[in-house]
Design a protein around this ligand. Structure first.
Ligand code: FE2
Ligand code: FE2
Length: 596
């Protein structure tokens, strides 16, 4: 035990030294050394001490400097497990917060959010405002990554409120040794960034100014300088959007002055982008677009994570100047990037990809083998991805779950579908998984779409089919893939993508198509309000044999009538009847946390 402690302490010191002097090492050498350390930590079975946990934190910090901390999930899980037995709750809080932050991609969202939520509760229980702000900011970042902007905004705002209540607590350093006030600055900057996206310019400017003044109050090493430039970038773009072009230009020029001669690509990217947005708004369209294209090439050389926002900024500028064809081309590029990122997340979510796990879930009634579903991490990952994609269009984030339950109940009423009701529920939950590969600006667009944009949006059906086949295999994924591909086919043959008609359309897809339409129409979308049940009922009836299979419509209206007849909310009943979903549970829990 004694020996182990000495070993772990040595690892901690070495990792901290590497991190502190990261710019002095070749990244490759640092990675090799850190990798050896993390392997050593993972293979030490008997260590359950705070010294071990400190070594884990130090190694994670090192990987973070290299932008590789996402791989630290398993090591952090182990640290969490150890911390549960240690008396110092601060260690557990930190382990949970880091775990949530570094593993919080769309596919892993429920687990990551669970960790962050527990971490917030511990920070509150310890009455530690610095820990609370840092955890809630991490939570906000994860929510932003998975596209839940409304909740993300609430989280950042909450973090800022905590800071404003106890500013004196932020005079020292936080758990990682960085100035605590920078966490409050991050809360403000992120609030500004989201407000900018939502075109809430005034509020954005208020917060970007706060972030800049807090960040500038700190002496700037290279890492802090990058943070400051990020905040300058957000502020500059907001000023440009507000039409305060002279001020915006001044900020952009000072950014250029910093970036020039620094050979820091990230700084250059931020400065070029800010200047580009200013020029575009100034009416110097060609110059502006050229700067943005340049910034976007810089982003590509930094990381895929930077590439997507850089592309979206460029698309935004193209649309602003009326070049919708160019904007669409950029969106198509974004789609390719999104698919690439998803694949990485899938690989990470499930290292032993082909091993199905042991959770097997069968229908309660006796059934043939066809309706036995093996629920492995790939299927859950696909469900999480589908739910996150839908959440961009529907705030409750429960659309896919309701459509799943409704489809199952409809299948239960149809003699030719009853045997497959379990599979149909799961397939329904994946119907729009391809929307995860469509840029959210397009999913959320309120104005009318051009036909090219519509066509691109419709390709979500094929994207979904491809992804399902790739992740589950063509045989096991067959029904899911059929539903994803054909859920926009119309009974009269005028649908997409294959213009199938009547019985040519897979029966599962006919059911999901109607259930999806019913649920969508009875809920708000960014471009329209929810329609009342009676209006939707009439619509579905008049579309029998045109858009929908008439037998499916009859069954669906009967199911809905029965459920509504109980006097309870249809949505609640559907969610209760649905197979449990990690995603919905995590989201509901989170809602409670953020309202506190
Ligand atoms: Fe769809
Ligand atoms: Fe849908």
């Amino acid at each position: 035990m004694q020996d182990n402690s000495a070993r772990f302490r040595a690892i901690q010191l070495r990792a901290s030294a590497l991190t502190a002097n990261a710019s002095g090492h070749a990244a490759g050498d640092m990675l090799i050394e850190l990798d050896a350390m993390q392997r050593e930590l993972r293979s030490a079975d008997s260590a359950r001490t705070d010294v071990y946990v400190a070594a884990v934190f130090a190694v994670v910090a090192g990987f973070n400097v290299l932008g590789r901390a996402q791989k630290m999930g398993p090591l952090l899980e182990r640290a969490i497990d150890i911390c549960r037995d240690l008396p110092d709750r601060r260690l557990l809080r930190r382990a949970l917060s880091l775990h949530g932050y570094f593993t919080g991609d769309i596919i892993n969202a429920p687990a990551a959010l669970g960790s962050l939520q527990e971490a917030v509760e511990i920070a509150r229980e310890m009455e530690d405002p610095v820990a609370e702000v840092s955890t809630v900011v991490n939570l906000g970042v994860v929510l932003t990554n998975i596209g839940w902007d409304d909740n993300a905004q609430r989280a950042f705002q909450l973090a800022w409120d905590v800071y404003e209540r106890w500013p004196e607590a932020f005079e020292g350093a936080d758990a990682s040794g960085a100035p605590a006030v920078l966490m409050a600055a991050a809360a403000a900057a992120n609030t500004a960034a989201i407000s900018s996206q939502l075109n809430d310019v005034e509020r954005g400017l208020e917060f970007s100014a706060r972030a800049r003044s807090l960040a500038q109050s700190q002496s700037a090493n290279a890492q802090h300088r990058t943070v400051q430039l990020h905040y300058d970038n957000i502020h500059c773009i907001l000023l440009a959007k507000a039409g305060r072009l002279r001020e915006a230009k001044a900020v952009a020029e000072s950014m250029f002055a910093t970036a020039k001669g620094s050979d820091n690509v990230r700084w250059e990217y931020l400065a070029l982008q800010a200047a580009g947005m200013v020029e575009v708004r100034h009416g110097k369209v060609d110059e502006g677009l050229e700067l943005l294209r340049k910034s976007h090439r810089r982003a590509a050389s930094i990381s895929t994570g930077m590439e997507v926002p850089a592309h979206l900024m460029l698309a935004d500028a193209y649309r602003y100047v009326g070049k919708s064809a160019e904007a669409l081309q950029v969106m198509r590029d974004v789609s390719v990037l999104l698919k690439k990122t998803q694949r990485l997340h899938f690989d990470r979510a499930d290292p032993q990809a082909s091993e199905p796990d042991d959770r097997e879930w069968e229908n309660t009634r006796p059934l043939g083998w066809e309706d036995t579903i093996t629920i492995d991490s790939k299927l859950v990952a696909l469900e999480n991805l589908a739910a996150a994609a839908e959440a961009k269009q529907e705030p409750s984030g429960e659309h896919t779950i309701r459509v799943g339950a409704l489809s199952r109940l409809v299948a239960n009423k149809l003699p030719w579908a009853v045997e497959l009701q379990t599979t149909i529920e799961r397939a329904a939950r994946l119907h729009d998984v391809g929307k995860g590969s469509v840029p959210e600006t397009l999913l959320r667009q309120r104005g009318p779409l051009t036909w090219q944009e519509k066509e691109f949006l419709h390709s979500h059906a094929k994207f979904g089919e491809e992804l399902i086949c790739e992740q589950l295999g063509t045989e096991r994924g067959a029904v899911y893939a059929h539903v994803a591909r054909s859920h926009h086919e119309r009974f009269d043959g005028n649908g997409t993508p294959d213009a199938l008609a009547g019985q040519e359309i897979p029966l599962e897809a006919r059911i999901v198509h109607a259930a999806d339409a019913y649920d969508s129409l009875t809920h708000d979308r960014p471009w329209r309000k929810a329609l009342p049940h009676d209006e939707v009922r009439i619509y579905l009836s008049t579309e029998k044999s045109a858009q929908f299979d008439p037998a499916v419509v009859d069954a669906l209206l009967q199911v809905v009538k029965d459920l509504r007849g109980t006097g309870r909310s249809l949505d609640d009943q559907l969610v209760e009847k649905a197979e449990p979903s990690e995603f919905v549970t995590a989201r509901r829990e989170l809602g409670k946390l953020l309202l506190n």
